[in-house]
Design a binder for this molecule. Sequence first.
Ligand code: PGA
Length: 236
Amino acid sequence: MRKLIAGNWKMNGVSASLVEAERLMALFEFAGPEIVICPPATLVAAMAARFRGSPLLVGGQDCHAQPSGAHTGDISAEMLKDAGASYVIVGHSERRQDHGESDAAVRAKAEAGRRAGLAPIVCVGETESERRAGRETEVVGRQLEGSLPRGPGPIVIAYEPVWAIGTGLTPTPEDIAAMHAFIRGRAGGGVRLLYGGSVKPTNARDILHLPEVNGALVGGASLKAEEFHAIVRAAM
Ligand code: PGA
């Protein structure tokens, strides 16, 4: 399975930051993994225009479940598609926490992504206290059950333990492999499974070559082209 390295810029980046996207394009090697950058919504169209004619792809960080309507401030999957996106992240733990998104809401967004022709990247992952209580597979199992889109269509799953996001902490390789094996058992063979949470150039090689790890979702380290490119190289 071809690996996928996705960069999640979160709420970072203005038009001047597109320079990083251009630097990434200059570093890109065609034989490597698939690469997608998910900038803030304000930059999706401009980044997609920069990437046109290159194999680099653009994604959204969230979408509304409806295609259009009276939802002030929201962005639909159809709008992301129209702006040039190919992927959309749904159910990131920051959305689940900050916006109270339930599994059902995440599923509706994932299905909206498919409806619009985007591949949804559905995020799951346990909190620190859930892991300390040994409940990580129970929690992730429930999230998978409730938030994966129904029916056939593209899907990527990102396992992101909440306590590993932006903290510099990562699970042990054994713990990552065990969770990915568990998710594989639930999701089936054809689904790309990404690991996310403090992926850096220094740990990417060890993580990206674990069994059932088909790529990474990278936050902080995706903001600098050289760092992100080092992670992409580690996948090869
Ligand atoms: P991080 O974020 O790489 O900065 O830990 C990952 C994510 O939230 O997707």
